[in-house]
Design a protein around this ligand. Structure first.
Ligand code: FES
Length: 232
């Protein structure tokens, strides 16, 4: 292959994902602002700050949209995840030194239950905390109407009325720091903004502010964020 043709091929390969838009190959990625994950003291979150026996909350890609951060303790993914519309995509899996840190939107895909300051009905059941619904640990469960999701398998539904997997938050791990980059799979953010418009206005002052995209996220232990972690 001559040099000019070789460069043409390289350029086509490099730009193919962008030309194809949101889905490329078997992957699915919607980019948002690149956001550095921070500890409560404002320093970058490090792997040793994430306790596998706990669940953490941060808000991404919007100021008001909650996500769960979990260290599953072992490498997970990539895994094929089926979506409500019958298609599937390749979830990239965990990041960090062990490939074990994952994040999902904490807005239930059934009827949009999400962690509030007063209580959280959607939570992670770490190792040793067995969900009665599915008889195992390491699940994310929504007690609003009993749906369970598998964080080791891209947030797929393992029980209950939820019609689709949790939206995956795409993370990266660079030079010892974690970043959120975007989402994979189906999103329910617009439904969430519609359903909770008046509640969000009360908390954030306006819907516009609630919908602001973030470029850094403070990661909190769920138990510090909410008054009652409801596990059922
Ligand atoms: S809102 Fe989560 S199961 Fe219904």
């Amino acid at each position: 292959m001559d040099r000019r043709r070789f460069l043409k091929v390289c350029t086509a390969v490099a730009f193919a994902p962008f030309m194809l838009g949101r889905s490329f190959g078997a992957e699915s990625f919607k980019p948002y602002k690149k956001a550095l994950l921070l500890r409560e003291d404002g320093k970058p979150l490090r792997p040793e700050d994430i306790d596998p026996s706990k669940e953490y909350i941060f808000f991404y890609p919007y100021r008001s949209t909650p996500c769960l951060l979990i260290d599953l303790g072992k490498k997970v993914g990539p895994v094929e995840v089926k979506l409500k519309n019958g298609t599937s995509y390749l979830w990239r899996g965990g990041v960090g030194p062990k490939g074990s840190v994952v994040a999902f939107s904490a807005i239930c895909t059934h009827q949009l239950s999400f962690p509030k300051k007063e209580y959280s009905l959607i939570n992670y059941y770490p190792e040793g905390k067995v969900s009665k619904l599915v008889g195992r640990d390491k699940v994310i469960q929504c007690c609003a109407h009993m749906s369970a999701f598998d964080p080791e398998r891209g947030g797929k539904v393992i029980e209950g009325p939820a019609p689709s997997p949790l939206t995956a938050i795409v993370l990266s791990y660079e030079d010892g720091k974690f970043y959120a980059l975007g989402t994979s799979g189906e999103e329910v953010f617009e439904d969430f903004f519609d359903a909770y418009r008046s509640e969000l206005r009360k908390v954030y002052g306006s819907t516009r502010i609630a919908k602001e995209l973030v470029d850094s996220c403070v990661v909190l232990e769920m138990e510090k964020y909410t008054e009652e972690v409801v596990r059922c």
